[in-house]
Ligand binder design. Sequence first.
Ligand code: NAD
Length: 323
Amino acid sequence: MNILLTGGAGYIGSHTALSLIENGHMVTVIDNLITGTKRLIPPKAKYYNCDIADSSSIKKILKENKFDVVMHFAGLTKVDESVNNPDKYNDYNFEKSKSFFNCCFENNLKKIIFSSTAGVYGDSSSQYVKETDEIKPMNPYAVSKSKVENFLIKKSKSEKINYIVLRYFNVAGADEDKRSGLISKSSTNLIKVICELATKKRKKMTINGNDYQTKDGTAIRDFIHVRDIADIHIVAANSFFKNFSSEIYNCGYGQGYSVKEVINEMENIIRSKLEVEIGPRREKDIAISVANSDKFKKKFNWKPKFNNLNYILKTALEWEKIN
Ligand SMILES: NC(=O)c1ccc[n+]([C@@H]2O[C@H](COP(=O)([O-])OP(=O)(O)OC[C@H]3O[C@@H](n4cnc5c(N)ncnc54)[C@H](O)[C@@H]3O)[C@@H](O)[C@H]2O)c1
C-alpha cells in the first residue's frame, strides 16, 4: 500500500510508519513538527514539513502522489491544555482535520483511518467500555475527537468514503530497537512520568487521587503497547481492500492496571523504591477506563503481541534512558 500518514514525527505515527515500512508498504509523512521530532520519522519515509490545514500544499502533495489510504494521527493531545484552551483544540483537532479530509476527498483519497480516543466515552458506567456505549466526552480534547468522528460518519453517508475510527486507550511502551518512543518535556502520561522518575530525571511523582472506588483506591487504565497499535493500523488498512465496511473499534487489551500496580511493576524492574506522594484527584479524571476490545479481535482474528505490562515498562524505560 502507498500510505499518507499525518503526524509521523509523533509518538504513535512514527511507530506506525516504522511498522508499515517493515511490512513493505510505502509511507509519506506530513508533519509540521508542532509537537513532533523530525528524527522519529523513519529514514525510508518521504517527508513533507507541512500543516494539515495548508490546503494548497496538501492538494499539491495529493496530486503528486497516488495514495491508497490516509492515516490521520496529527493533532494536539493534552487534556489539561485543552481545558485551558478549548478553542485551540477545536481548531487544531477538528477544523484542521475537516479541512485536511476535504482535500483528501476532493482528490479521491477516500480510505481513512482516524486516531480517536477512549476519552469520547467520558465517565462510562461500563466495566469494559464497548463501541456502542454512550458518547459523552468530558473535556475539549475528547470533544474535538468526537466531532471528527461525527464528521466522518456524516460524510460517509453523502460521499463514497470508507473510514475506520480507532479509539485508543492508554498507548504506552516504545520500540524495542530504540528507534522511536515518547518524547515530551511536559508529558502527563503516567508511564512517561514513572520512567523519568526511574531514570532520575525527576525527583518524585504525585498519584492523582487514592480515593477512587477501585481495588487500591488509585485509577485503573488499559495500557496498550504502541507496536500493537501500529499493527492494528496495518490490519485496518488491509481491510479496506477486502470489502469491510466503515467501523469504529476500541484499541486496548481489555485488561486494567491501577496506577499503584504500574508503579510497583517499575519498582520491581529497577529493584528500588520510587519517591511517590499522594495528591488530589485531577479535575474530571475518571476512576476506570478499560476497553472491551472484542470487536476488532473477532472481526480480524487479531491477537496482540505485546500484552505484558513488564514489557511495556521495560521498553519505555530503555527509551527514556537514551533520551
Ligand atoms: N498517546 C495516546 O495515548 C493517545 C491516546 C488516544 C488518542 N491518541 C491520538 O493519537 C494521535 C497521535 O498521538 P501521539 O501520542 O502520537 O501525539 P504526538 O504529539 O506525539 O504526535 C502528533 C503529531 O502530529 C503533529 N501535528 C499536530 N498538529 C499538526 C498539524 N496541524 N499539521 C501537521 N502536523 C501536526 C505533531 O507535530 C506531532 O508530530 C493523536 O491524534 C492523539 O489524539 C493518542
